[in-house]
Design a protein around this ligand. Sequence first.
Ligand code: SER
Length: 318
Amino acid sequence: MIKILIIGASGQLGSVLTQKLQEKYGVENIIASDLRMNPSFNGCFEVLDATDFDALKEIVIKFGITQIYHLAAILSANGEKAPLSTWDINMKSLFNVLEVSRLTNMEKVFFPSSIAVYGNDAPKIQTPQDYVLAPSTVYGISKVAGENWAKYYYEKYGLDIRSIRYPGVIGHQSLPGGGTTDYAIDIFHKAVKNEVFECFLESTSVLPMIYMDDTIRATIELMEAPKENITVRTSYNLSGMSFSPEELTKSIQKIYPEFKIVYKPDFRQKIAESWPSSIDDSAARADWNWKPQFDIDAMTSIMIEELKLKYTAELNIN
Ligand code: SER
């Protein structure tokens, strides 16, 4: 009997993952939670502030939760505006998940980490899984600490907690909030609306990215892998594709030749420069057969198709 609690279910990844898990395990077995519910949400939803230990524990007991996906966090760019409260929120919510899971003998937990765990000194190309983690953002520091706490709970208490270091996630279903890779979603919305895109990164900043469908599939494949296959108990590097704003623009211009981008780098440029350009994910490939399916052009064409449908539908409603 599987009962899943998703924390951060109204967010960029959470909203899409919730739907996938509902399809897979049945709507009645998925409890979505967040500070607020998306107006279009269908299913079982609980308002939850994950920094509130008692509230989290109550929901876990009330629904007989067997698995938690803890997706709520303050991302890299927003985190830099309020470092101490970002640390508090990211760590407190994780500690609550770990402790409630330990106390209730949770079967499995998922905790996302990020490419943000690497810092300026790490090799930029095919950054190795085990390179020293010396991040330059508070978000990255909280993810490094989180990875180590996950490993600690696994080793000390046997909690089966699994994790992926996500690249920038790109999808048409939802909008990100406060990350450094957000430009790669906004750009598609502008292209489809026939507007000029103002990019907050420099044209040549290459970052690791991944299409939403690959992200969701990776997450579910990791969670379903046999326990004995999981050799990385901090967090797995995961690779989808890598590109710069300039390369993404060229991909979009294959469909919209008139599309225009202007560059106005801001504080997020420094964050991007501290991150890898590409990621060595050989551990994920070896342990649970990870293989991405979407390259930049395949992603671009689906993003544009789907966003065109979305905006046409909105025009018809209004
Ligand atoms: N996409 C995230 C961010 O930009 C990285 O994990 O903050």
